[in-house]
Design a protein around this ligand. Structure first.
Ligand SMILES: Cc1ncc(COP(=O)(O)O)c(C=O)c1O
Length: 383
């Protein structure tokens, strides 16, 4: 019997949280404090205590969080910033938007994360910062990144858009480098009901600068100390996040449970996500790698299973980035990975039966392909 298995289930989540969300939203609406309401301070307290970090600065989205971080760290036009090509466009787009130059290093094929062993060879006298991206819900090994940053006097921005609550040797994602940037985009593990983002840091002066930039550089009403942006988070989004954050830990544990079921039911020939030793993975995505990715995607759609490709084109091959005419360092692992990745349904509401259904469908597709290629091989056809 065919089912309908969504990637995410935000409608179900809303139905479950409705009794808590509606009064929280009503409070904002009836107070009419839509901008800079008390919900923002409450959110700051929640995030600071969850991550054990000194400052959380709310902003309009995760892209602005990156841009504000780059500006606060005084990244100037012509400066080089090393990052991964295997990420959402915002990571490199903001570097270029700040006038700086994104420099791409290749990734590891097992984890899809930036390979810290390849960072040093990309450093020049223009390099000012590194942006490791904690992709799919787990952290880039930070010890080697921080060692290189220290050796060359570089700043580190942890792109934590996909990894809020993930840890490495007990430290939360976003809290190890100079600044961590968070996205509360609706599909994230902690998602608002619209765009929202945040910046975390233990550095008082950076926190102050980020807060200023996010609000027109305004220290007091109509007194502007820095060139900034209108990048405030709405009170309504903060109110939603204040309700949802209480469930984040539980949801992250549930996602890890679903990942363990995938691992149990998927054929051992499937390349399943690999966790870096010392990491807790929060499975923002459960991304497998297969050779016939597009055909598998189509087959699964026919079985009522939603999937997504994160990401089909490495950033250095995107027209907008190619137009920048960068150094053009080859990143063959990222290029190959982009053709093989497929994210399977992952959300806290999937049952063991749902996961088994998805895994069985993946296995049966791959087994059919295996037997077809055997029949077409010289050995197969001679039998
Ligand atoms: C790795 C990464 N960085 C940055 C962003 C940008 O966040 P936002 O969509 O909130 O602007 C995203 C969002 O998908 C992301 O996945």
């Amino acid at each position: 019997m065919s089912r309908n298995i969504p990637l995410l289930d935000l409608q179900k989540e809303f139905e479950m949280l409705k009794p808590e969300l509606m009064p929280a939203l009503e409070e904002v609406l009836s107070s009419a404090r839509f901008i800079m309401g008390p919900q923002l301070d409450e959110l700051n307290d929640h995030i600071q205590s969850l991550l054990g970090v000194k400052h959380h600065i709310p902003c309009a989205n995760g892209t602005d969080a990156l841009l504000i971080a780059l500006k606060a760290l005084d990244i100037q036009p012509g400066d080089e910033v090393i990052t991964t090509p295997f990420t959402f466009v915002a990571t490199a787009e903001t570097i270029a938007f700040a006038g700086a130059v994104p420099v791409f290093t290749d990734i590891r094929s097992d984890t899809c994360l930036m390979d810290p062993n390849l960072i040093e060879e990309r450093i020049t006298e223009k390099t000012k910062a590194i942006i490791p991206v904690h992709l799919f819900g787990q952290m880039v090994p930070m010890e080697p990144v921080m060692t290189i940053a220290k050796k060359y006097g570089l700043k580190v921005i942890e792109d934590t858009a996909q990894a809020i609550g993930a840890t490495q040797h007990g430290c939360f994602a976003g809290t190890i480098g100079d600044i961590g940037t968070i996205s509360y985009f609706p599909s994230k593990n902690l998602g608002a009901y619209g765009d929202a983002g945040g910046i975390v840091t233990n550095n008082d002066s950076l926190a102050e600068t980020c807060a200023l930039i996010a609000n027109h550089g305004q220290a007091h009403k109509y007194e502007h100390h820095l060139i900034g942006l209108n990048s405030r988070m709405d009170s309504l989004q903060a109110a939603i996040l204040n309700v949802k954050i209480k469930y984040l830990e539980e949801w992250n544990i549930l996602r890890a449970e679903k990942a363990a079921w995938y691992h149990k039911y998927l054929d051992p020939s499937v390349e399943t996500p690999v966790t870096v030793p010392g990491n807790t993975h929060i499975y923002h995505q459960y991304t497998i790698k297969v050779d016939q990715r597009d055909a598998l995607k189509e087959y699964l759609a026919g079985q009522g299973i939603a999937t997504a490709v994160h990401y089909p084109i490495p950033l250095n091959e995107q027209p907008a980035i190619a137009a920048l005419k960068l150094h053009g360092f080859p990143t063959p692992v990222a290029a190959k990975t982009a053709q093989r990745v497929l994210s399977l349904p992952m959300n806290q509401y999937l049952s063991e039966e749902d996961i088994r259904y998805v895994a069985d469908a993946v296995n049966s597709f791959l087994n059919t392909k295996k037997s077809q290629s055997f029949q077409n091989s010289p050995t197969g056809s001679s039998v």
